[in-house]
Structures are given as C-alpha cells and as structure tokens.
Design a protein around this ligand. Sequence first.
Ligand SMILES: Nc1ncnc2c1ncn2[C@@H]1O[C@H](COP(=O)(O)OP(=O)(O)OP(=O)(O)O)[C@@H](O)[C@H]1O
Ligand SMILES: [Zn+2]
Length: 453
Amino acid sequence: MTQITLHNTKTRQTEVFVPLNPANVRLYLCGPTVYDRAHLGNARPVLVFDVLVRLLRHVYGADAVTYARNFTDVDDKINDRAAATGRSIRDITDETIGWYHADMDALGADRPDLEPRATDWIPAMVEMITGLIDRGHAYATEGHVLFAVDSYADYGALSGRSVEDMIAGARVEVAPFKRNPMDFVLWKPSDTDQPGWDSPWGHGRPGWHIECSAMSYGLLGASFDIHGGGIDLQFPHHENEIAQSCCAHPEASFARYWIHNEMLQVEGRKMSKSLGNFFTVRDLLDQGVPGEVIRLVMLGTHYSRPMDWTEDKRLTAEGALRKWRALTAGAAPGAIDPEVITALADNLNTAGAISALHRLANAGDAGGLLASAQMLGLLQDGMGDWLAASGDDAALVDGLLADRAAAKAARDFAAADAIRDRLVAAGVVLKDKPGGVTEWQIGAGADLSSLKG
Ligand SMILES: Nc1ncnc2c1ncn2[C@@H]1O[C@H](COP(=O)(O)OP(=O)(O)OP(=O)(O)O)[C@@H](O)[C@H]1O
Ligand SMILES: [Zn+2]
C-alpha cells in the first residue's frame, strides 16, 4: 500500500499517515462563515483537501473515506449583514451556501460527504458545554459560559505558545467576568433581535469554536484522523477546538493530524474579507477564467507556502490545459503515472505531480496524462467546455501565431510585428516565452472580428 506522509502542525513533524481505521478514514475541514461570496483565498483549503481526499480514496478505497466540512451559519458577521440589509438570516445563509456550492463545483471540487450546518447542531453544543462545566473546564457567568484555559494544561500546545505569551500578544476581549483574560466564549446571551436558543444559561447562541468541536464529535467521533483549515485558524480557533474536545472527551485523541494551508496573498498580505483586498472566485469565473485554470494555478504552489494569484500564472496554466485538452481529446484514461502518486503521497507535493503531467504531455502519453490529471481533479469530464466555446477563436489565434513564427523564421520581422500588432489590437494578450513558444489569452473585452477574413 502507498505510504502517505503529511506535515502535522501538532507535532511540527512530517509523519507517516496511519489511519485509526483504514476502512473509514475521517477528515474534518473548517468551512466558511456564510454571509458573503467565497474569495479566492477561501478556495485554497477546499482545493488542498479535495486533492487529499482524492489521494486517500485512491489508497484506501473510494468508500473508505468520510470527509466533513461545516457551514458556520450562526455568527455575528451574519447578524450584522442581516441588520444592514433588512434580510432574514436564513435567507442570507441559504443564498450564500448556494453560491459556495456553485463556486466550488466550478473549481472541480467534489462536495464533502457531510456538510453540517451549525444551527442544526445546537443541542449537541449545549450537551458538550454542559459536560465541560460538569468536569470543571468551564463556568457560567452573567448569561455567558466561558472555557477556563487554566483548567487545561496543554492549552497553547498546537500553536506553541504559553498562556502568558498569548495574553501579552493578543488583543483579547477583556471582560470583568473572565477569570483569565484568555478564557473564551462557549455560549453567549442573545437579545430578542439576535438568533438564539433556550439553554440552561438562558436564551443565547454558541461561540464559534464549540461549533466545530460538537459537529466533528457528532459526525466523526471523539477521535478521528485529520483536521484542517487555513493557518490563520491555528490560533485561536483550532487551539480552542482542541481544548474543548480533549476536555470533553479526555479518553480520546481528537484529531491526530493537523494540516494547515498557508495563505493566498495580495502584495504580501493575506487575502481577506476584513482587509477588503479580495476578489471572489465568481469574479474570476465571470471574467472568463475557467475553473480548471484556477485549480491548476492554485495547485501549482505547495499548500505550505504563501502564494499570489498572478496574470502570468493564469496564462501559463491556461496554455498547459489547452495543450493537455487537445492531446487527450477522445482518449480513454490509461494508468495513473506512479510519479503522480509518489509526489502526492509526499506531503501533497502537487507541484511535483504537475511536473509529471508535463512530462506525460511531452511524451504524448494521452491516456496516462488523462488518468493522472484526473487524480488531481484536472481534465475532469464536463469541465472542458471553455475550450470548445473558444475552439474557433483558438484556431484563429494559433493560425496567426504560426504565420508570425514563419515570418520570423524567414527574417521578415516587419511582417511578424504586423501580425503581433493585429492580435494585440484585437485584445489578445501575448507572452513570448523562451524557446520560441508564445502563450496567449483572449483578454477581457477582446473582439476578434478584425482577425477574421
Ligand atoms: N487568504 C487566504 N488564503 C488561504 N486560505 C484562507 C484565506 N483566507 C481564509 N482562508 C481559509 O478559508 C476558510 C474559511 O474562512 P472564513 O470563512 O472563516 O473567513 P475568512 O475568509 O478567513 O474571513 P476574513 O477573510 O475576513 O479573515 C478557512 O479555512 C480559512 O483558513
Ligand atoms: Zn473549525
């Protein structure tokens, strides 16, 4: 059986992955808070986990993997959005979940097996909080329930900080009723105009962290294999999940491997809704960037490295997919290249797997390329429509580029430049690469009619 290694944030080591039960490998990914369209950064953990799940299904069997990803549909950001728009919370969260599905589907990400909504799990959260109070890990005060970080000796182990460092470094919400400033909310009171549920501590709503602890326990059990999310969630969200889950179920291990993806950045800073420096997946799709081009760009960088979205990467990915789709048109999938599996099994080396795809393409191995690309969720059936739609235009541009190359070869540079100018004037973006290769892209607002005839 293929041996998979993964970098475990919890131990800071790259470890051989050994599932608790190879017949049921269980993963949990923290999903979105649903009040707005997903930005491109939000797609990164989805794509990383989609490839991880594909690999696990390949190794352990299609039915031997259970993948859960939640929707956080109770949160103050959602309440704010509802108040600002006059719309109901349910209306906003339903609509946003619909968008999220459509956008992630367009990137070729399979839907998880389980997609719990937090609001369907309130009784489980109340039960877990009650257990934490009974065991002396939480206390109720002034309508709130707080987790007592001093009651859990390992608090801070995931992010490698002591409680003292956290207090010094964090902007913690100071509340007079907190025993320790790092104590965090498990339950808080709701006004009549806020979403709320009856509980032993009055009418209120859960804190964000308890949602994931309660849902992962309910769906995957007290011990499961892999927990993931962006590195921005390591502290405090994941630290708090561990504290809650391990104190509620001290006999169990909770998640054994923690996988954190680095951030998609814009000019060196995390792409984020709060910073306002984002564009959505839908923005890109609407601009005509095909979902599988977005996917290939995102998988081109290892998940543990920060990355930028650049126009150059987009052009390169589109050029590669155009070539791969042409080569594999009508081909039946062959065998998956072992190098692709070896690369993925090596802590999800997606860039290494993509290099193997280039090698297969250069060798003209259509069946091998198709099967191997599909291992990465690329060249999926039904995702190549963008190429058919642009097929005539592609032939037109390729024909003119061939004329230009011929003119250059004949040292008729004036003619070569004239062809280049015509293409650029029509809105085709050209990028000359080493080795006489020209990558191209039909730019936004292009009009190719001047190139015809
Ligand atoms: N720039 C980014 N790059 C990679 N992953 C990200 C990025 N931003 C968020 N994520 C991940 O997306 C998932 C969903 O994030 P969430 O809905 O909590 O809000 P958010 O987009 O992080 O909000 P904000 O952008 O305001 O910080 C989480 O796993 C998070 O780690
Ligand atoms: Zn979570």
